[in-house]
Design a protein around this ligand. Structure first.
Ligand SMILES: Nc1ncnc2c1ncn2[C@@H]1O[C@H](COP(=O)(O)OP(=O)(O)OP(=O)(O)O)[C@@H](O)[C@H]1O
Ligand SMILES: [Mg+2]
Length: 257
């Protein structure tokens, strides 16, 4: 479904992705890891056709995705309906007066005549049905995250690109979302900073290095024990411990929370 070949990208001359190649088959689930600023969000935006690479190719279902192909109205319509990107910051996605309008926006744009029924169905599935008449900006961070997800899923996309979907969620909601995502048939690429969640989010794991090149493409199992890889990706943290009046410092791979 996704075929990315030798992608390079930079903002204002500063590299954000270097020579990144991978493929993702229909229905596959993968997690994307990497330290702050390594290019994860940029990669998801490229896969959503919102940003274009400097060089290299991106094909979706065999069709090149670039500025020219997206000018073709029928391809653009299909691509926008089939590919959903959950932004890292929910506030970047929310702009409607009510949650109901927010979730209905996509179906209305696409002229679907069952927009209202879809809104109720997906708001219920994501646990936000009671918030339908609220203004999105009044919601808590976790509630906003669920509304954003509902507004993507309402179009029943084939490819879901989720940028840190659990960042604002409490442990109970995180567990619920992981189960929910695993049960979806969709192709899924999810970023997270939570190493212990990684194997739950996708059997496959892509790791971007701090140099913006792909460091690892393989299984997510055993990742937490792969200190060499995690050190190279800058995904270990060191912090001080106090034992009585003695203090020492060493690396950790467990999550902070
Ligand atoms: N619109 C932009 N203009 C200029 N530079 C940008 C822009 N967006 C991102 N960058 C830069 O590109 C690099 C990659 O950013 P990106 O958001 O892809 O990182 P990330 O891996 O998602 O990081 P994080 O874990 O913090 O979310 C960073 O150095 C960032 O400052
Ligand atoms: Mg990011």
């Amino acid at each position: 479904m996704i075929d990315v070949e030798r992608l390079d990208h930079a903002y204002d001359g500063a590299a954000t992705l270097r020579d990144v190649s991978f493929r993702l088959g229909a229905g596959e689930k993968a997690v994307l890891l990497g330290c702050n600023g390594c290019g994860k969000s940029t990669l998801l935006k490229i896969l959503a056709g919102l940003v274009h690479p400097l060089s290299g190719g991106y094909r979706y279902d065999g069709r090149t995705v670039d500025a020219a192909s997206l000018r073709d109205a029928s391809f653009r319509r299909r691509f926008r309906a089939e590919v959903g990107l959950l932004f890292q910051r929910s506030d970047a996605m929310l702009f409607n007066p009510t949650v109901r309008d927010e979730i209905a926006f996509g179906p209305r744009q696409h002229g679907l005549d069952d927009a209202e029924a879809r809104v109720v169905r997906w708001a219920t599935a994501l646990g936000v049905a009671e918030l339908l008449d609220r203004a999105p900006w009044t919601l808590s961070a976790g509630q906003k995250q669920m509304v954003c997800l509902a507004s993507l899923l309402v179009l029943e996309p084939r490819l879901l690109l989720l940028d840190e979907p659990t960042a604002a969620l409490d442990p109970r909601s995180t567990g619920w979302l992981v189960d929910f995502l695993q049960d979806l048939d969709q192709t899924l690429l999810v970023t997270t900073h939570n190493l212990s969640l990684a194997p739950e989010l996708g059997p496959r794991c892509l790791v971007l290095g701090e140099d913006h090149a792909l460091l690892h493409d393989g299984g997510a199992d055993g990742l937490a024990g792969n200190l060499d890889l995690l050190r190279r990706a800058n995904l270990v943290h060191g912090h001080r411990h106090r034992h009585g009046d003695r203090e020492h410092r060493h690396d950790h791979t467990h999550d902070w929370d």
